[in-house]
Design a protein around this ligand. Structure first.
Ligand code: DGL
Length: 283
C-alpha cells in the first residue's frame, strides 16, 4: 500500500475510548481555531479502564493506524490518560506522525498546591499504573497524593449524552477522601472529568485549584505545528465545523451531535460502527 499523502492543511487526530477526549479537542480548537480535527472514539472498547493493557494497546494502535491510512493527520493526540499510560511506545513505533499523550497533571498541581496535599481523580487503571508512581516521584515527592480511582464516573459521564442523570450524591460520597485529606488542589486524571467541572466544583467547594491537561496539550500541539512550519494561530480563518470527522467504533450515541455543538465542536460528518466496509459507509 502506498504511503498516504500528508494533509495539505494541518489536521489533528484526537483519540479516546469515548467522549472524554472532547474536553481536549475543545481546548485545541480554542487555541487553534483554524485547524480541522478528526475525532476517533473507540466506544466499542469502552471503558479502557476495565480492559487488559494488551487489549488497549492492540485496539488503539490498530484503530489509529486505520484512520491515518485514510485521513492523513499531522499530529495524533491520545486524549485518554488510561491509554496514554500504556500505548505510546507501540504507537510511536507504528507511525512517523508525532504522537502526544495525556498524563495526569501532577507537575503543575505540585507547583500550585500550597498545603502540599493533592487529590488525584482518575480511573482505577490510571491510579495503579507505574507511570503515575514515576510522575509523583519525579514531580511531587514532597506532597501527599490522595488517589481516588472511580470505577463508574466515566460511564456516568457517557450517560449524559443519553440524558441520564449523573448520581451526584454518590459521586459526592466517593470524593470524601479528598475532604478528609484536606487537599487544596485536585488533578483530573481522566479526560472525561473536565466535562463535569461545574458539578465537581460544587461537590468540593474547598478546593482552590483544579488542574487538567487540556490547555497544556493544546500548547504542545501548537508548538509541534509551528516547529513543522505551520503557523495556525490566526483565529480569522476559524473552521465553521471544527470537527472534520467524528468516528465512533460503536453505534453513535443519540445526543452526540447536540453535545458536540454545545462544546463548540460542531461536525460535518458523524460515523458510527466505524470502520465499515466501503460500500456501507455513511451515517
Ligand atoms: N477518557 C479516558 C481517560 O482519560 C477514559 C478512560 C476509560 O475508558 O476507562 O482515562
Amino acid at each position: 500500500m502506498s504511503k498516504p499523502q500528508a494533509a495539505i492543511h494541518p489536521r489533528v487526530l484526537v483519540f479516546d475510548s469515548g467522549i472524554g477526549g472532547l474536553s481536549i479537542a475543545g481546548c485545541i480548537h480554542q487555541a487553534l481555531p483554524s485547524v480541522p480535527l478528526v475525532y476517533l472514539a473507540d466506544s466499542a472498547g469502552f471503558p479502557y479502564g476495565g480492559q487488559p493493557e494488551a487489549v488497549v494497546v492492540e485496539r488503539s494502535v490498530r484503530l489509529i493506524g486505520e484512520v491515518l491510512a485514510t485521513l492523513p493527520c499531522d499530529i495524533v493526540v491520545v486524549a485518554c490518560n488510561t491509554a496514554s499510560t500504556v500505548v505510546l511506545p507501540a504507537l510511536r513505533a507504528m507511525t512517523d506522525t508525532p504522537v502526544i499523550g495525556v498524563v495526569p497533571a501532577i507537575k503543575p498541581a505540585a507547583a500550585l498546591s500550597r498545603n502540599r496535599r493533592i487529590g488525584l481523580l482518575a480511573t482505577p487503571a490510571t491510579v495503579t499504573r507505574p507511570y503515575l508512581a514515576e510522575l509523583i516521584e519525579a514531580h511531587a515527592s514532597d506532597c501527599l497524593i490522595e488517589r481516588v480511582g472511580h470505577p463508574d464516573l466515566v460511564c456516568w459521564i457517557e450517560g449524559l449524552m443519553a440524558d441520564e442523570k449523573l448520581p451526584s450524591k454518590e459521586l459526592g460520597s466517593a470524593l470524601q477522601p479528598f475532604r478528609d485529606a484536606r487537599v487544596d488542589t485536585v488533578v483530573l486524571g481522566c479526560t472525561h472529568y473536565p466535562l463535569v467541572m461545574p458539578l465537581l466544583k460544587e461537590l468540593l467547594p474547598g478546593v482552590l485549584h483544579w488542574v487538567d491537561s487540556g490547555e497544556a496539550i493544546a500548547r504542545r500541539v501548537a508548538w509541534l505545528l509551528a516547529q513543522a512550519g505551520q503557523d495556525c494561530s490566526d483565529s480569522r480563518s476559524s473552521c465553521s465545523q471544527p470537527m472534520e470527522r467524528v468516528l465512533f467504533t460503536g453505534p453513535l450515541p443519540e445526543g452526540l451531535a447536540g453535545f458536540l455543538a454545545g462544546l463548540g465542536l460542531s461536525t460535518g460528518q458523524l460515523s458510527g460502527n466505524w470502520p465499515r466496509p466501503e460500500n456501507e459507509q455513511g451515517q
